[in-house]
Design a protein around this ligand. Structure first.
Ligand code: GLN
Length: 305
């Protein structure tokens, strides 16, 4: 495995030149577009890594999977999916267009920004700080990393420039998708997106999902098999935005990307893989990350389809 990862990483480095680092959140623009890293965490507790796997980056949209788990645990499946749909959109992750067209108004799924903001609004807590702390502790628990925390600069940068998310959130409150203080809800959302991770952290969250919501080392049940299955299914249908179909064909496993350059994948009952490469393709997915996963899938034949 180690030799294979080294080889794939070296072969994929060049493709990062074809991608671009996200700049719509100004702090993300500082990332090095040449970075590329990978970590595989398997059910035996072994970790295999290559390249810039220890480099820290913000989790961004990968966080949507974790928030969805906690929101379902807090409110139940029925409540969550009464407000948020289960269908892929075919639109960009931050698209507004379907919010008004779909009737009654409902964000189409929890992996696009609109749906994810609605999910975040469902996290229980007395105030936004308590809500975020519950969420952060949940991230720490399932990644096995007690030190996870936010990157303050990325958080402030997105908060200062996140008007598209702001407009979606105000629209959603207007049509009754959620109630409460929009800025408070967005504050939790911007913080969750700014949690700093590396490839090992997201590989371990992927492994937790692969292990049906149980901590692999201890067997401790954190969430039900059903909740973990729902999350993995959304990762297949919507996790790579409007490239989810292509990714399912090329790689064939549940995956969730973020504009920070990370991709978290989960191969049921086998492994979690975390990749990082901040140079993105035109859909907002890590260009080097997608290529590495495609090559790895070909070599190990791990498509679940
Ligand atoms: N924080 C980012 C946003 O809301 C997350 C988007 C992403 O990673 N695709 O725009």
């Amino acid at each position: 495995m180690q030799i294979l990862l080294n080889k794939i990483l070296e072969n994929c480095r060049r493709i990062t030149e074809k991608g671009k680092v996200a700049t719509y959140i100004p702090a993300l623009g500082k990332a090095d577009p040449n970075d590329l890293g990978i970590c595989v965490a398997d059910m035996n507790g072994d970790l295999f890594s290559a390249g810039d796997y220890e480099k820290k980056f913000t989790i961004q949209s990968i966080s949507k999977t974790v928030t969805l788990m906690l929101a379902i645990m807090d409110n139940g499946i029925e409540y969550v999916f009464d407000k948020i749909g289960m269908e892929p959109t075919g639109d960009a992750f931050n698209s507004i267009i379907k919010l008004e067209i779909v009737s009654p108004s409902k964000p189409l799924n929890p992996m696009i920004n609109a749906g994810a903001i609605a999910v975040t609004s469902m996290i229980k807590g007395k105030n936004s700080l308590e809500k975020f702390h519950r969420l952060l502790n949940f991230f720490r628990k399932i990644s096995g990393n007690e030190n996870l925390d936010i990157n303050e600069e990325a958080y402030l940068s997105e908060k200062a420039t996140g008007d598209r998310n702001r407009s979606m959130a105000y629209f959603m409150r207007d049509v009754g998708i959620f109630t409460g203080d929009v800025e408070d809800i967005l504050d939790v959302y911007f913080r969750q997106c700014s949690i700093e991770v590396n490839c090992i952290d997201i590989a371990k969250i992927g492994l937790f999902l692969a292990n049906d919501g149980r901590i692999p080392e201890t067997g401790e049940i954190i969430t039900s098999e059903k909740v973990s299955r729902i999350v993995k299914t959304f990762m297949v249908t919507c996790g790579m935005y409007n490239a989810s179909g292509q990714f399912a064909i090329n790689v064939g496993i549940p995956a969730k990307s973020g504009v920070g350059g990370g991709i978290m994948t989960s191969i049921p009952h086998k492994m979690g893989i975390g990749v990082y490469g901040p140079a993105l393709d035109d859909k907002g997915n890590s260009i080097g990350g997608c290529e590495m996963l495609k090559k790895l899938s070909e070599e190990l034949d791990f498509s679940i389809f």
